[in-house]
Design a binder for this molecule. Structure first.
Ligand code: UD1
Length: 378
């Protein structure tokens, strides 16, 4: 690979985890072949800004410090997306990257891809091709539009490759596996040594439910949020301890809707390894997160998904993920009774997705240097 300048745009919790895999692979690459360096500059949009939602991941996962901090903070979708779009012009024009990297499906992702495309900078999307087929989710809009702006599309599964083909996107598409699997494998053994965490929280291995709730579709509708927390409270009342590292959005909306939480153990959002530790020791995981559905599968813990659909359909087909929505009775019944027995096939790649991504970038760069037609430019 000739030297290449990458500009990585991130801003929300799951992006710090995903980008950590690629940043680590870049460091390894540079250590091995210093003559053909990959120079990565990080831009933090500031979409997430609390210590527990941002900085802890930089420290724990060894992400380099961002060179730019856009400090956009909270706001409506229009405000957040618009501000990021505008404020990204400075780092883009100052750094003149060869390629911009965006991750996942947040407002940061869409604004990053759009800012780059408008300045004629090629964009690569890590976690391309995921679809819930629910256009009411802001994440779905972000993913679809981002994919249509990209030159390189790094897919975590064959299904995501097919989703892109259905929308006419074939050029530049590479099935590389899931970078979150890379990170999970790296940190699992370290997370196993965090035994004190369970003790501090008065939890016993295999005898509690780990819950997370943060999707706007759940938090911003009173009936859904009430119904989910009624189920969690009921489970806790039946002797299954329930622990929930509470997302700030959910904390806010519980107050707005006056929904009481008494029996469920509410804690601050956790760092990555603590979360892996709680996940791997749980009897069941109840979640509306995308990343946690996959982590539950990799950890061999049954997952009950508090949504009406999922992008990670493979985990459902494998028999380890039940989609139950927000209905209290279904949540309670599934949390108590769902015990998958089917063997877990390998899903989402070989745990080396970040290195595959770098290889694809090198190949793309070589093609461009040779004057070959650049994938995605048609
Ligand atoms: C965003 C992403 C979602 C991702 C999730 C991970 C979009 C549209 N959604 O949702 O895809 O799964 O991040 O967490 O981009 N807040 C704080 N402190 C923080 C961060 C947020 O207090 O550090 C509060 C703010 O009041 C804000 C609310 O949480 O209004 C929601 O934050 P926001 O960035 O809008 O989206 P998330 O719900 O976190």
């Amino acid at each position: 690979m000739n030297s290449i300048k990458l500009l990585t745009i991130l801003g929300a919790r799951p992006q710090f985890i995903k980008a950590a895999a690629v940043s680590r692979a870049i460091v390894a690459h540079n250590d091995a072949q210093a003559a053909e360096r990959v120079d990565e500059v990080l831009v933090h949009t500031g979409q997430h800004y609390d210590y527990e939602m941002s900085e802890v991941f930089f420290r724990e996962l060894g992400l380099p410090d961002p060179s730019y901090h856009l400090e956009v903070g909270s706001g409506s979708h229009g405000y957040q997306t618009g501000q990021i779009l505008e404020r990204l012009e400075t780092p883009m024009t100052e750094r003149k990257p060869d390629l911009v990297l965006v991750y996942g499906d947040t407002n940061t992702t869409l604004a990053g891809a759009l800012a780059a495309a408008k300045l004629h900078v090629p964009v690569a999307h890590v976690e391309a091709g995921l679809r819930s087929f629910n256009r009411r989710m802001p994440e779905e809009i972000n993913r679809v539009l981002t994919d249509h702006l990209c030159t390189l599309l790094f897919c975590p599964s064959e299904r995501s490759v097919q989703n892109l083909a259905r929308e006419g996107i074939r050029a530049g598409v590479r099935m590389v596996g899931d970078v979150m699997y890379d990170v999970c494998l790296w940190h699992l053994s370290r997370s196993k040594s965090l035994n004190g965490l369970l003790k501090d929280l008065e939890l016993q291995p295999g005898k509690y439910a780990l819950a997370t709730v943060h999707r706007a579709e759940n938090t911003d509708t009173k009936e859904r949020l009430q119904s989910i927390f009624a189920a969690l409270e009921s489970l806790a009342g039946r002797g299954l301890k329930v622990v929930i590292p509470l997302h700030p959005r959910t904390r806010k909306m519980l107050q707005v809707f006056h929904i009481p939480v008494e029996k469920v153990k509410v804690i601050q959002p956790l760092g990555y390894e603590s979360m892996l530790c709680l996940g791997s020791n749980a009897q069941v995981i109840l979640t509306d997160s995308g990343g946690l559905q996959k982590e539950a599968y990799w950890l061999g813990v049954p997952c009950v998904t508090l949504r009406e659909e999922t992008e990670w359909v493979e985990t459902v087909e494998a028999g380890w993920n039940l989609i139950v929505g927000s209905d209290s009775d279904r949540i309670i019944e599934s949390a108590m009774g769902f015990r998958p027995v089917t063997p877990r096939a390998s899903l989402y790649g070989d745990g080396d997705a970040a290195r595959h991504i770098l290889s694809c970038i090198a190949q793309w760069q070589a093609q461009a240097a040779n004057g070959e037609k650049i994938p995605g430019s048609d």
